[in-house]
Ligand binder design. Sequence first.
Ligand code: ADP
Length: 492
Amino acid sequence: MDEKFILSIDQGTTSTRAILFNHKGEPVFKAQKEVTCIFPQSGWVEVDAIQIWLSTIDVINEVLIKSNNTFKNIDSIAITNQRETTVVWDKETGQPVHNAIVWQSRQSASICEKFEDKKEYIHERTGLLINPYFSASKIRFILDHIENGQKRAEKGELLFGTIDTWLLYKLTEGEVHATDVTNASRTMLFNIKDMKWDDDLCKMFNIPKCILPEVKPSSYHFGDCTFFPRNIPICGIAGDQQAALFGQACFEEGELKNTYGTGCFMLLNVGDKIPLSKNGLLTTVAWQIGDKVTYALEGSVFIGGAVIQWLRDEMKLLKEAKDSEKYALEADENHGIYLVPAFVGLGTPYWDDDARGAIFGITRDTNKNHFIRAALESIAYQCKDVFEVMMKDTNMKIKALKVDGGATANKYLLQFQSDILQLKINLPKCLETTALGVAYLSGLCSGYFSSVSEIKSIHSYQATYSPKMKQAVVDKKYEGWIKAVNSTRTFK
Ligand code: ADP
């Protein structure tokens, strides 16, 4: 066999995957291994970085064995990863000095509180809102919680990386300590206008610059993987949501994607502009190819597909997530019911940590079907909330929404989303958009893909949804949703 593939490593919060993509952008072979999160205290989430590295070796070996390929068949390696998760390791031994702190973890919240008065300043430079999600306060936490952390960092004995950097370091056997612009832009230490580590922010968090990785474009020859018997170039790195935007072929300004997983992440390509949202959206680097930097606006919904998990696991209303579609269709209409799944507060545009979930409009004839239908609709309404502020902030004309993620298996959800947004929805043929996006970035650098136009020509859709609901009906329904959300925010 001499067919060549791109080996994409997709390191997520709950699993590590390796996928081989061919010239048509098809995922032809896959391997997956779970990783275990550690919860040392309420609200804290950590993971063993060594386990992440070992799971990466495993899935690479497994996908090659399964597919009967060898490293000879690999054109290049691409890495996409859970963003913001923070690893600090000893430069000499390559051993982590603390568990990696996962993006969701709130353990560095008190560090962020100290910088509340600097929030405008941070937003202007990084595009981010001051929050423990981002890496800066997590690095600070680690340096404060290990012996002589600050001293060792200042002496250059420690290195910091997000998961991409950690895997790149390991795959190159400690030769390369680098990251790409998309991952750097989630650390809260990176100036997205100058495209450099920001001296003032590093000083603010008292983080010595010598521990930070070099920042490179997303499509770039980062180095060669020497860990395995044959040297393979590593040519693409991007954070998961940015990779998905690229994998959805959202190459032009005004192109929009939404991922429906546990939570939902909506990203809008805003070209070379750097709009700063007044409505709770983040501005982030979408990718860099050559010298050209593309930016995106990003909004997030905390509980997306997870509301269906909740119906299944806690409420026992469903055997499987996919049954939600059948029940929703059995409900003749929604009966004016709104479920607001503010289980962990609300994300964009509310950023309300204290809001809690509620259900409104129940009557004597409300049944399970209505309940399930309202849960699915709540996913679409929350995404509309994000969409509305994106439109407010940019005044852009959007032609379609490209979707991916586990919950896009639900046709009722996608039709309702199209109705409520009054927007066409495209579901791509390859739903592995994250791994595909970074494979595209890698292939563009290695020459596996000749150009962005070639990628556009192979990109195709399996389904399209168009709005069927009248605008007046949409307006009335959405008005009800806004009332319901606002009630969850005042009832405390
Ligand atoms: P993640 O990457 O965040 O783990 P996935 O993209 O794998 O998430 O999607 C899983 C989520 O999608 C789960 O929360 C699950 O409840 C939801 N989900 C899966 N299938 C369906 C379905 N047919 N209808 C509605 N939700 C679904």
